[in-house]
Design a protein around this ligand. Structure first.
Ligand code: 3PG
Length: 215
């Protein structure tokens, strides 16, 4: 049986904001700003105590948001994330136990990889869109360009060290569907409640050209 395909979700926007929420209230306000700026896919990292509850609140209160869980590093987090309303799952890497849980998940998964061997292992298990992490540190857009010839069926959503200055290099690669990043929701803007700045950053990111979806 084939696994849920993340491509349809990633078609929605060139950038998946990677958000770390300090509170449920801030998470909902942040999600509203991202959606208003044109970035409906939102990866809430499971790194703060508020993350699961914030995800559930975003799913309930921001209907245009498509909320997913990031930093899914253990099998129990798969079930908890889906129960909280996650519509996709993202991990920085995988373990054998996490892979088993991912293979059973009813929502699209972007499992993390950093090498050709890891990408091949995930492809053999049926995953067709992979997160490259930490993208800039492991070779960035050059690595993904190099993987296109030997692994032509794989697509990527790289994350880690991507920002306004280098995002164009990534999105010009046809095997990159979207990128993940936190630059559209800086911690200082979240702390200050500067939602207008987040709307502006999102608006710029939402208009980025993507070779993968160019007519
Ligand atoms: C992460 O997991 O923190 C993401 O890779 C975000 O990376 P960034 O902060 O470099 O965009």
């Amino acid at each position: 049986m084939s696994l849920p395909d993340p491509s349809f979700l990633l078609a929605r926007a060139p950038v998946v904001p990677v958000v770390t929420v300090p509170s449920v209230t801030a998470g909902v306000k942040l999600a509203r700003a991202l959606v208003e700026g044109g970035l409906p896919l939102i990866e809430v990292t499971l790194r703060t105590p508020a993350a699961l509850e914030a995800m559930a609140a975003i799913a309930a209160e921001v209907p245009d948001a498509v909320v997913g869980a990031g930093t899914v590093t253990r099998p129990d987090l798969v079930e908890k994330s889906i129960a909280a309303g996650a519509r996709f799952l993202v991990s920085p890497g995988v373990t054998p136990a996490l892979l088993e849980a991912f293979a059973e998940a009813p929502v699209p998964v972007l499992p993390g990889c950093a090498t050709a061997s890891e990408a091949m292992t995930l492809a053999a298990m049926g995953f067709s869109v992979l997160k490259l992490f930490p993208a800039e540190a492991v070779g960035g857009s050059n690595l993904i360009k190099s993987l296109a010839a030997p692994l032509p069926d794989l697509r990527f959503c790289p994350t880690g060290g991507i920002g306004p200055d280098n995002v164009g290099k990534y999105l010009s690669q046809p095997n990159i569907l979207a990128v993940g990043g936190s630059w559209v929701c800086p911690n200082d803007a979240i702390a200050a409640g500067d939602w207008g700045r987040i709307v502006e950053l999102s608006r710029a990111a939402s208009k980025l050209y993507r070779a993968a979806f160019a007519g």
